[in-house]
Design a protein around this ligand. Structure first.
Ligand SMILES: [Zn+2]
Length: 104
């Protein structure tokens, strides 16, 4: 694994923000910075490792993963925890340049 992986922002939706999918799943959604594939991974880090930053609960350490499409490594950082539709909309406004379009 390369030490310096390209970074992409991730979203971890919980509770009311995740009503459109199985609530038992705890996943981080992201876009691959290599190929643009929309992918997801199982969230691995405890929520206690998330800290309130810029108005959101964020994991600023992130997680390294491998794209399911192009098989290249990347770091998902920061990972933003979203609890409801209000936060989801606020996130979409704040991170509009970050290419990750959050549905809803
Ligand atoms: Zn990829």
């Amino acid at each position: 694994m390369e030490r310096h992986n390209p970074e992409t922002i991730g979203v971890r939706r919980t509770g009311w923000a995740a009503l459109d999918r199985d609530p038992q799943l705890d996943t981080v959604e992201f876009h691959c910075p290599h190929c643009g594939h929309r992918d997801q991974k199982n969230a691995r880090r405890e929520r206690t490792q998330y800290h309130f930053t810029d108005g959101f609960m964020q994991d600023l350490q992130g997680e390294v993963t491998q794209c399911h499409s192009c098989k290249r490594y990347l770091r998902v950082v920061p990972i933003v925890l979203l609890h409801d539709q209000d936060e989801t909309r606020r996130f979409a406004a704040v991170f509009a340049d970050e290419t990750l379009a959050v549905a809803g």
